[in-house]
Ligand binder design. Structure first.
Ligand SMILES: [Zn+2]
Length: 266
């Protein structure tokens, strides 16, 4: 039997993508949209996400980039969603500006300052729905980040995409070194699902030919956690499968895209 599944969604808007910002070599393009407001695509994605949430009763953790909370329109969307779904929707941290931390070299002080600011904002806006869970922006994570996460009170990290294809993101380390550092600092690592050591989450869902593998892998995942089972994310002994997609993905197919999963209907 497959392990139960932890459903996670990342809140990146277009302006956060590494092609525009946050990475020393990948960020080459200028973002043409207005940075102060949510993009139309994000709004469409959010509407699709809410519609999908209404159709099933599984729990979802949304990893929020906290600079979004400095915008009144996103704060309102989040407040309404938390009111609608209660703690079936939990909130984790996806950085303050979506900087690709491990790509810039070790910077414990900078990472700590960001994490402290981000955590304060998330707690303020998410209240009891906040969880001390971290996902590194674009999966750029390194062992030095573990100690800082622990100091800020984080219990779970879900940044490791254990595939050789993206090994550079660990900044000269192996994925198992990252996992060991998390464990040594008291965090539980929840790596992303892979198939044949290839990525199947996020962008892989849409990049041919990985997309074929990805959709099949998602369809084979075990039952998604409901609200009462969510404690298992923090249960060290519990085996689980972690999958993730983006809010922006829900804008695909004219707002009709949903994660390729078989979920219990609401
Ligand atoms: Zn992201």
């Amino acid at each position: 039997m497959s392990a139960p599944t932890w459903l996670t969604v990342d809140s990146d808007d277009l302006r956060h993508l590494p092609v525009y910002q946050g990475h020393p070599t990948r960020s080459k393009r200028h973002y043409d949209g207005e940075k102060e407001i949510l993009s139309t695509r994000f709004r469409e994605g959010w509407a699709g996400f809410l519609a999908w949430m209404q159709r099933h009763d599984a729990s979802v953790t949304l990893f929020v980039i906290s600079d979004l909370l400095e915008q009144e329109d996103f704060s309102r969307l989040l407040r309404d969603a938390l009111k609608q779904f209660g703690t079936r929707l939990t909130i984790g941290c996806h950085g303050h500006t979506h900087r690709s931390w491990s790509a810039w070299g070790e910077d414990k002080a900078g990472f700590a300052a960001m994490l402290s600011q981000s955590t304060t904002l998330l707690k303020e806006h998410a209240g009891e729905s906040f969880r001390p869970y971290f996902r590194a922006p674009s999966g750029y994570v390194a062992p030095w980040m573990a100690e800082v996460l622990a100091r800020e009170g984080y219990k779970v990290d879900s940044s490791v995409n254990p595939s050789w294809l993206v090994r550079k993101k660990a900044a000269g380390h192996t994925w198992s070194e990252v996992t060991k550092a998390m464990k040594a600092n008291g965090l539980i690592e929840r790596p992303w699902l892979t198939t044949w050591t290839l990525p199947v989450n996020g962008p892989a869902l849409f990049r041919f030919p990985l997309s074929l593998l990805a959709r099949r892998a998602w369809k084979r995942t075990g039952t998604a956690f409901t609200k009462s089972e969510m404690y298992r994310v923090e249960d060290e002994k519990g085996d689980l499968t972690t999958v993730y997609c983006h809010i922006l993905d829900f804008a695909r197919n004219e707002g009709g895209w949903t994660p390729p999963l078989n979920l219990p209907r609401a």
